[in-house]
Design a protein around this ligand. Sequence first.
Ligand code: NDP
Length: 325
Amino acid sequence: MSDWRLSVAAYGGPEAIAREDLGTLRPGPGEVVVRHRAIGINFIDTYHRTGLYPVPLPAGLGVEAAGIVEALGEGVDGFSVGERVAYVTRTPGSYATARTIAAAELISLPDDVDDDLAAAALLKGLTAEALIFRCARIEKGATALVHAAAGGVGQILVQWLHAAGVTVIAHAGSAEKAEIARKMGADHVLHGGFNTLAEDVRALTDGRGVHVSFDGVGAASWTASLDALARRGMMVTFGNASGPVPPFSPLELSRRGSLFVTRPTLFDYIVTPEERQAAADRLFAALADGTVKITIGQRFALGDAADAHRALEARQTTGSTLLIP
Ligand code: NDP
C-alpha cells in the first residue's frame, strides 16, 4: 500500500480535507523520509485549511510529527535509518503516513520522550519556551495573564510560568477548563466571557494589572488583554483562535500606560538547527524533571482529522491532540 496524506485542494471547513495518494516517497538531496508514528494537531493547521495563513494549493496539513527515519537523501549526515526523530516545520504536510522533510528540520529525541509525547509536546512546548524566556523575558515575581489556559499551549505556559516564579492568572472558556488550569499551577482562575475579565484581573492584582498578557485567542480577547495590563506591560499576541486581531492605533498603547505589543511566531525563534535543538533540549529537560507535564486530551485516527478540527474549533478539546497513522 502506498503512502497517503490529507490535504486541501481549496480553502474551506473541515469537509475540505481529503485523502491524497503520495506514491513512493523518495528523499531529495538533504532530505529524509520520516515514517510517522504520531502527529501533533495544532490550531495553526486550521489557519492553513481556511487560508487565514495562505499556503500554495493543493496543500498538505500539519506541521509536526514524530517517527522513524526510513531513508536518507544525498548529503545527509548526522541521522541514520531507524533513528527516532521529530520535527516542526513551516511547510504543512505532516497529516500523512510518512513524508519527506529537510534533515535540517529534524530534532533528535531522547529515549525518555516517546513518540506520542514528542508529537504532543514539541511545537506547543517550543512555543511556550520561546514566549516565556526569549520573547516576554518575564521575571520571577511578575504576574501574567494566560488565555485558553486548559488548551495545548496554555497548559504548558501555566506550568512553566508557575515554576519560574510568576504569579499566573489563567482564563478559560468554562469552569471545568478553569479547574484544569488550577491543577496545572495557576494561582487564580477565571472563566466565561471577556467583558469583565480586565476588571477581574485588576481586582486580583490590587488594581495594578499584569506584567504580561499571553493571548492566543486573538480577536475576542484583544481588548480585555490590553485593559488587563499594568503600566508598561507587554501584550504577547500569538494566535487567532477566535479570529485575527483587527487593526489598531498605537495611541491605544499610550492611552493604557505605554504598553508594548509583540506578535511572535515560533519559527523566528528556532531559525537555525542549533537554536532549534537548544530550545528542544530545554523543553526535554523541563519534561524530564517534571516542570512541564503534557496532557494528551484527545487521540484521533489520521483519517479522522476533520473530526479533530471540528472539536478544536468548537473549543471542545483540552491539552494536546494527536493523530495516529
Ligand atoms: P488550543 O488547544 O489552545 O485551542 C484553542 C483554544 O482557544 C480553545 O480551546 C479555546 O479555549 C480558545 N478559544 C477562545 N475563543 C475561541 C474561539 N472562538 N474558537 C476557538 N477557540 C477559542 O490550541 P493550541 O494550543 O494549538 O494553540 C493555542 C493558540 O496558540 C492558537 O491561537 C495558535 O494559533 C497559537 N499558536 C501560536 C504559535 C506561534 O508561533 N505564534 C505557535 C503555536 C500556537 P477556551 O474555551 O478555554 O477559551
